[in-house]
Design a protein around this ligand. Structure first.
Ligand code: BES
Ligand code: MN
Ligand code: ZN
Length: 505
């Protein structure tokens, strides 16, 4: 879909369909809807007066203009109650309107962002509208061969801005949204791809493609190199699989040479069977999404580079399958991690923390300003926070505050759980330094406490995305399936941080 921004009078704009908005509590159309209404002899106000259209959030009505306007149809989109309106709702509104337009088999649409008086800047309004449209229209079709099984595709989305002074801001917002949404697509595609076509080697190849496009430094360490580095926790998990493991490293240097980087670490289990402690077969297919953290890191770095965010950012993705092959690691095994800490295996299904342990130790080599890891780490986090909320645990309150603020701005909800050190006892081992599980109770916390052992003294935040990584139901602008969660959150975090950093370096 091409995103286009044009200036000109709405009434003269030639298009198949034009989106305008209407608030539930308005008696009369406002903004663009008012302008169109006047040109069309009260077409919209009659719809509203007759209560055929009430402006309820995510509802919409299509009307034909029958020559009263250049454009052939109007779709009037409900914005809900004015005092409840925000950018998150706007994303949903544009998603729902665009999905309806797609269902009508229309391929080119135009939209006005003039909804009357607004407390939001036009730049952020444009960004939210384009994000909603693009994210909501996402489909994963490479494996669909039957044509009638696919939905149509919208080829052009044009924002018509009839206030010339706002044009630059609209363009900026739309461009930012386009870059971020393509990065989310990238992450969703990686996660949606079936695990037979998304092995650690293939994931490394895809990250390499992103690096080439963005002129990034890229490396994929193989098992020989990892062995030399002493990454026996990661290699232990990889033993059960015939596929070779990789440690993927992406570097974007948008900051000054000596600026300490932000290091993003993403769990890259391309398939989690549980290993010898095998999972039940029901829904095991969903464990192709166990590399969602890694996918989010790839997407975030892609966007950071395209947005030219003035920061140094490193992405580290430990990638392997977790399978119960003949050489697989077993409960009772003890692995010596790269840091020297020994880990007794109590359950081979608690593999994420093992590969992250070595990746976090490796992250220390970059003397990071901050480390953020993302992982589909624990079922316990889904029990605690449900399918839509990311769990956050970490050591640095400033860093947590930055993430919280990015969460508010993007609608990617995070909620803090306590990193409560009294529970450290639960991961003590009788025979090694620590063990890889702490029992069912407080499972998200004990997993994070294990990670904490490998983060040095660097400011660190862990994001458990086990819930929101893969959705079983549509959300207003996130179709069911791979969500790409984390990309928008981290890009926002990086943008905000670069702004604060450049204001007081
Ligand atoms: N990848 C899973 C966690 C997961 C579960 C992600 C559901 C998404 C949805 C992780 O590797 C795992 O299996 N964790 C175990 C840990 C336990 C053995 C301590 C879990 O949560 O059951
Ligand atoms: Mn597991
Ligand atoms: Zn896992």
């Amino acid at each position: 879909m091409d995103i286009i921004v044009k200036t000109g009078a709405l009434a003269n704009f030639d298009c198949e369909i034009l989106i305008v908005g209407h608030f539930e509590d308005n008696q009369m159309p406002e903004g663009a809807a008012h302008l169109i209404d006047e040109k069309c002899n009260g077409l919209i106000s009659e719809l509203i007066e007759q209560r055929d259209f009430e402006g309820k959030l995510y509802s919409s009505s299509v009307v034909y203009t029958r020559g009263l306007l250049r454009g052939r149809r109007i779709i009037i989109a409900g914005l809900g109650k004015k005092k409840e309106f925000n950018l998150e709702k706007l994303r949903g509104v544009f998603s729902k309107a665009c999905q309806k337009i797609r269902d009508l088999n229309i391929t080119r649409l135009a939209a006005s962002l003039d909804f009357g008086k607004s407390e939001f800047s036009i730049r952020e309004t444009a960004q939210a509208a384009v994000e909603g449209a693009m994210l909501g229209l996402y489909q994963f079709t490479p494996y669909k061969t039957l044509e009638n099984d696919k939905k149509g595709e919208i080829s052009e989305f044009t924002i018509v801005e009839d206030r010339p002074s706002l044009l630059e801001d609209v363009k900026n917002g739309a461009k930012t949204a386009e870059i971020i949404s393509r990065a989310v697509y990238c992450a969703r595609d990686l996660v949606s791809t079936p695990p037979n076509d998304m092995t650690p080697t293939i994931l490394a190849g895809r990250a390499g493609d992103v690096a080439k496009e963005g002129n990034l430094k890229f490396e994929a360490l193989d098992e020989t190199v990892m062995k030399k580095l002493g990454m026996n926790a990661l290699l232990g998990v990889a033993r059960g699989s015939a596929e070779e493991a990789r440690l993927i490293v992406l570097e974007y240097n948008g900051g000054k040479k000596d600026d300490k980087p932000v290091v993003l670490v993403g769990k890259g289990i391309t398939f989690d069977s549980g290993g010898i402690s095998i999972k039940p077969s029901e829904k095991m297919d969903e464990m192709k999404s166990d590399m969602s953290g890694g996918a989010a890191v790839v997407g975030t770095i892609k966007a950071a580079a395209e947005l030219k965010i003035p920061l140094n950012v490193v992405g580290i993705i430990p990638a392997t399958e977790n399978l119960p092959g003949g050489r697989a690691y077993k409960p009772g095994d003890i692995l010596k991690s790269m840091s020297g800490i020994t880990i007794e295996i109590k359950n081979t299904d608690a593999e994420g923390r093992l590969i992250l342990a070595d990746a976090l130790t490796f992250a220390g080599r970059y003397k990071p300003a901050a480390i953020i890891d993302l992982a589909t780490l624990t079922g316990a986090c889904v029990v605690a926070l449900g399918d839509y909320i990311t769990g956050m645990l970490g050591t640095d309150s400033n860093l947590k505050e930055e993430i919280r603020s990015a969460s508010d701005a993007t609608g990617e909800t995070v909620w803090e759980l306590p990193l409560w050190h009294e529970y450290d006892d639960l991961i003590k081992s009788d025979v090694a330094d620590i063990q890889n599980t702490g029992g069912r109770a407080g499972g998200t916390i004990t997993a994070a406490l294990l990670l904490k052992r490998f983060t040095g003294d660097y400011p660190w935040v862990h994001l458990d995305i086990a819930g929101p990584a893969l959705l079983s139901k549509d959300k207003p602008y996130i179709p069911k399936g791979a969500s790409g969660v984390g990309v928008r959150l981290l890009v926002q975090f990086l943008m905000d941080r670069s702004r604060a950093f450049n204001a007081n370096p």
